[in-house]
Ligand binder design. Structure first.
Ligand code: PLP
Length: 423
């Protein structure tokens, strides 16, 4: 089957950007071609979860139709095929984020599980009373609560890097907070609430000067930015498959071999063992040591297909298109007097958070939904950030490479209607 992507690649040669045809891309996403509430669906909730191209749907369908079996333990053909498909997905993920080795790719449920894994293994092993974990004000709850739980258990302290009113972390304050007590820095790469792209290379550099390892939460980065863990220099990196056009329930934790090797297992069970007796269990090698039980095999296969799909467009073309949408939407929304944009960092990915004077964000979301426009309204799992900004909620439109300027126009019209309703 030929996809819109292949057409595009054929016509464009090496310079994909010059012929970026968003309609061809949209043709690969069946879910986008429907009406909701009698209006064409306008899906602007990509930071919550993204839609899936046919290539991903077909990869998962193909796996269950032809290859489904359990991995690693079987000697029969289907098990061999399933194992190959699963391990190929790992190789694809290694290449996608440029990890040095495939055994540094741990399949997890998503970013949340990736962070919890590190907190419960590396954290419990290395953090003690009086030690400190450094996070930022921008963090998603999934990069706050696991560290709070650890700090509570270990009588350690969670320290928070402040931000300015634009939603950028204050690097000089970060530097001041780093000390000999700091055992780990855990930071969002791209903010889900504000779209801020953090200066993570500098963050890693400064931490490493003091020998402190860094975990980056890349859930919102991988759909928009090329991730190169070697270039970033980070020690751990997490990805959520469902936010990057892959299935739900699958993600990647990347960790440097020397750290992963020294860490105790996360969960006990099948697959993560070398040998078990009632007296003593010895553990498997990487990455299996951290993958207890039957993994999400079809999810990994789908994630591999999603990575292939992203690569077929190319991050350069994605960034150019999304940047155009972001600029276009920002200009239009800022020109509406009652609208206030929340998060105006100099470096931003595809997220626009806003408030409308005199209207609760939930009402904004509900009224836009009447027009078939899906946005998110609430605290976006960043309650401490909302508190810092003096808000309890925002409305958030988040773009993917399949969104269009026409959809931005519809959002802007929708916002005008919201204002009229409350006038
Ligand atoms: N980190 C960020 C920045 C997110 O936006 C999210 C989800 O919204 C997560 C982590 C959690 O991802 P998941 O629910 O896929 O584990």
């Amino acid at each position: 089957m030929t996809t819109g992507r292949q057409n595009l690649a054929r016509r464009s040669g090496s310079d994909v950007k010059t012929v970026y045809d968003v309609q061809e891309i949209r043709a690969d996403f069946p879910i986008l071609h429907q009406t909701v509430r009698g209006k064409p669906l306008i899906y602007l909730d990509n930071a919550a979860t993204s839609q899936k191209p046919k290539a991903v749907l077909e990869a998962v369908n193909h796996f269950y139709t032809h290859d489904n079996s359990n991995v690693h333990r079987g000697v029969h053909v289907l098990s061999e095929r399933a194992t190959r498909a699963f391990e190929q997905a790992r190789l694809r993920a290694r290449q996608f984020i440029n990890a040095p080795e495939a055994r540094e790719i741990i399949f997890v449920r998503g970013s949340t599980e990736g962070v919890n894994l590190v907190a419960q293994t590396y954290g419990r092993q290395n953090v003690g009373p009086g030690d400190e974990i450094l996070i930022s004000t921008l963090e998603h709850h999934s990069n706050i609560v696991p560290w709070q739980m650890l700090c509570e258990e270990k009588q350690a302290r969670l320290r928070v890097i402040p931000i300015n009113d634009e939603g950028e972390i204050l690097l000089d304050e970060y530097e001041k907070l780093l000390s000999e007590k700091t055992k780990l820095v855990a930071m969002i790469h791209v903010s889900n609430s504000l779209g801020t792209i953090n200066p993570v290379r500098r963050v890693v550099e400064l931490a490493h000067l003091r020998g402190v390892p860094v975990l980056l939460d890349g859930a919102q980065a991988a759909p928009h930015l090329k991730i190169d863990v070697q270039e970033l220099g980070c020690d751990f990196y997490t990805i959520s498959g469902h936010k990057m056009f892959g299935p739900t329930g699958i993600g990647v934790l990347y960790g440097r071999t020397e750290l992963l090797d020294a860490m105790p297992p996360y969960q006990g069970g099948g697959e993560m063992i070398r040998s078990v007796s009632f007296e003593k269990t010895t553990y498997n090698q990487l990455p299996h040591k951290f993958e207890a039980g039957t993994p999400n095999i079809s999810g990994a296969v789908g994630l591999g297909a999603a990575m292939n799909y992203i690569s077929s467009i190319g991050y350069e073309a994605i960034a150019a298109h999304e940047h155009d949408l972001l600029e276009y939407a920002t200009a239009q929304l800022t020109s509406i007097p009652k609208v206030r944009l929340v998060g105006t960092a100099r470096q931003k990915a595809s997220v626009i958070s806003f408030t409308i004077e005199g209207v609760h964000a939930h009402d904004v979301g509900t009224i836009l939904d009447q027009d078939g426009i899906a946005v998110r309204a609430g605290h976006h799992c960043t309650q401490p950030l909302m508190e810092r900004l003096g808000l309890d909620a925002t409305a958030r439109a988040s773009f993917a490479f399949y969104n269009t300027r026409e959809e931005v126009d519809a959002l802007v019209e929708g916002v005008h209607r919201v204002i009229e309703v409350f006038d």
